[in-house]
Design a protein around this ligand. Structure first.
Ligand code: GDP
Ligand code: IMO
Ligand code: MG
Length: 428
C-alpha cells in the first residue's frame, strides 16, 4: 500500500471501467484514510458501493464511500442528483452506529433534487418502452437529469427560497402530470422536502469554492466515480446507459475543478465482466460458466438486488476507458472469483465484417454481426483468499493478470482477492 500511495499525486480519481459494480467502493474506502476529502461528482442513488470491514457490510448510495473514516470530509457535488430522503436515511444509518456524519458532509447548493415524480416518470417510461426498456434502477435518475437539461430542475439551493420552490413544484407537477398522464401532487412533494429541510440546510455548501480552496491549501482529494465507462451517456452503450458523464470530464464539470488538479486516475476493473439491466454485452457468457461466476462472485445488484449478467474479460471495453480517462493504474478486482475455472477467455478484438471496431457497437444489427477474437488462458484451482503478494499467486493467475496488462495498455497496481477492506494485493 505504501508504494502504491507514494506513486500517486495529490488528488486522485477512481473510475469504473466496465458497466459499473467493479468494486469502486472497496478501493475508495481502502485509500480514504490517506485523503482529506472524498467526492461524488455524478449520478445518485442508482450507485451502490459496497464496503466490507471485518465481515461487516456497508452499502453507500449517495454518500462517498469514505465516511467510515472519522476525519474524512465527504462532498456531494453539483453534478449529482440527490434523493433527499435517501441521503437522510444513509446518514442516519451510520449515525445510529455511533459515527459522526452530518458535520462532515458538504452538499452542493447546485446539486439537483430527485422528486417522487422523477421516480414515477422513470417507471412510466420503462413500462412504455416494453421489451426495449433500459432496465433502470427506477431511482428517477434519467428524468431528473432531463429536467436539469430542460432547465426546469429543482436544486438544493431552492430549499432556501420556499416561494420559488413551491412555484417550481407546481409548474413541474402540472407539466409532467399532463405529459405522462400522472396524478402528481406538489403539496405532498413540498411537505416531504420540508420534513428534511432543517437537517439538510447545514450541509449546503458552495462545494466548488470549498474544493478549489482546499486543493490550493494542499489538502488531498479523492474523486469517487459512480457507474462505469460503458454506462456513460456519451461513451457508453447508448441508449442502455445512465444519464450522466461517468468519465473524467464528468468529474471536472460535476465538481467545478480543473482537469489540471487531478494528478492520477485509477481504473477499477473486474477480472471478468458484469452488467445489470438491458443492452449489448459482447463477451456475455450465457451457459453454466456464466452462472458459476454469478454465484461465486455473488453478482447481485447492491441497489436493486437484480442478478448481474456475467461475461469474459473484455479488453476492448477496458481499453476504451483507459484511453478516454488517461488511466495509469488499474485495480483488478475479484480475481479470487475465477478460481476453479478450467480455462479463461479474454475478448481481445472486435470485427464487423473485415473492419476492426474499437468501441462496443450500439446498433442491434452491428451487435448481431459482431465477431469477437478471444484468447484463451489456462485457469487455476487454488483459493486466492489470504494471498498478499503477487508472486504468491498461482502462476496461471499471474499470467492472466500480465496478459490483461498487455491487452489494456495500463499497469495493474492492485488486485482484489476478496471483499474485505484488506483483501488487496499491491503489485509493483
Ligand atoms: P461498486 O459499485 O463499483 O462499488 O461495486 P459493488 O459494491 O456494486 O459490487 C462489487 C461487489 O464485489 C461487492 O459485493 C464487493 O463487496 C465485492 N468485491 C469487491 N472487490 C472484491 C474482490 O476482490 N473479491 C471479491 N470476492 N469480492 C469483491
Ligand atoms: P455503481 O456506481 C451498475 C445501470 C442500470 C441500468 C442503467 C440505467 O454501483 O457501479 P439508471 O437508474 O442510472 O437510469 O439506470 O444503468 N446502472 C448501474 N449498473 N452499477 C451502477 O452503479 C449503476 N447505476 C446505474 O442497471 O442498466
Ligand atoms: Mg455498485
Amino acid at each position: 500500500m505504501k508504494d502504491f500511495l507514494a506513486s500517486l499525486g495529490q488528488n486522485v480519481a477512481i473510475l469504473g471501467t466496465q458497466w459499473g459494480d467493479e468494486g469502486k467502493g472497496k478501493l475508495v474506502d481502502a485509500l480514504s484514510s490517506h485523503f482529506d476529502i472524498v467526492c461524488r461528482s455524478a449520478g445518485g442513488a442508482n450507485a451502490g458501493h459496497t464496503i466490507v470491514v471485518n465481515g461487516d457490510k456497508f452499502i453507500f448510495h449517495l454518500l462517498p464511500s469514505a465516511m467510515l473514516h472519522p476525519n474524512t470530509i465527504g462532498v456531494i457535488g453539483n453534478g449529482t442528483v440527490v434523493e433527499i430522503a435517501e441521503l437522510a436515511k444513509e446518514i442516519k444509518l451510520l449515525e445510529d452506529k455511533g459515527l459522526e456524519i452530518s458535520s462532515r458532509v458538504k452538499l452542493s447548493l447546485r446539486a439537483h433534487i430527485i422528486l417522487n415524480y422523477h421516480k414515477e416518470i422513470d417507471a412510466a417510461l420503462e413500462e412504455r418502452k416494453g421489451s426495449k426498456k433500459v432496465g433502470t434502477t427506477q431511482r428517477g435518475i434519467g428524468p431528473a437529469y432531463t429536467d436539469k437539461f430542460a432547465r426546469i430542475g429543482i436544486r438544493c439551493e431552492d430549499l432556501l427560497d420556499l416561494d420559488l420552490l413551491k412555484e417550481k413544484l407546481e409548474f413541474n407537477c402540472a407539466f409532467h402530470g399532463k405529459n405522462f398522464d400522472l396524478n402528481l401532487d406538489p403539496t405532498k412533494e413540498l411537505e416531504e422536502l420540508m420534513s428534511y429541510r432543517e437537517m439538510i440546510k447545514p450541509l449546503l455548501t458552495d462545494t466548488r469554492k470549498f474544493l478549489n480552496d482546499s486543493i490550493l491549501d494542499g489538502k488531498k482529494v479523492l474523486f469517487e466515480g459512480a457507474q462505469g465507462q460503458q454506462l456513460d451517456i456519451d461513451h457508453g452503450t447508448y441508449p442502455f446507459v445512465t444519464s450522466s458523464s461517468i468519465c473524467l470530464g464528468g468529474v471536472c464539470t460535476g465538481l467545478g475543478v480543473s482537469p489540471k488538479s487531478i494528478s492520477d486516475v485509477i481504473g477499477i476493473t473486474k477480472a471478468y465482466t458484469t452488467r445489470v439491466g438491458s443492452g449489448p454485452f459482447p463477451s456475455e457468457i450465457t451457459d453454466e460458466i456464466g452462472q458459476y461466476i454469478q454465484k461465486k462472485g455473488v453478482e447481485f445488484g447492491a441497489t436493486t438486488g437484480r442478478p448481474r449478467r456475467c461475461g469474459w474479460f473484455d479488453a476492448v471495453v477496458v481499453r476504451n476507458a483507459v484511453e478516454t480517462n488517461g488511466i495509469n493504474t488499474i485495480n483488478l478486482t475479484k480475481l479470487d472469483v475465477l478460481s476453479g475455472l478450467k480455462e479463461l477467455k479474454i475478448a481481445q478484438r472486435y470485427f464487423l465484417d473485415d473492419t476492426e471496431l474499437f468501441t462496443v457497437p450500439t446498433t442491434r444489427k452491428a451487435n448481431e454481426k459482431l465477431r469477437i477474437e478471444y484468447e484463451t488462458f489456462p485457469g487455476w484451482e487454488e483459493d486466492l483468499s489470504g494471498i498478499s503478494e503477487f508472486s504468491k499467486l498461482p502462476q496461471n493467475a499471474q499470467n492472466y493478470v500480465l496478459a490483461i496488462e498487455k491487452f489494456i495498455g495500463a499497469k495493474v497496481g492492485a488486485i482484489g482477492v476478496g471483499p474485505d477492506r484488506g483483501d488487496l494485493i499491491f503489485k509493483k
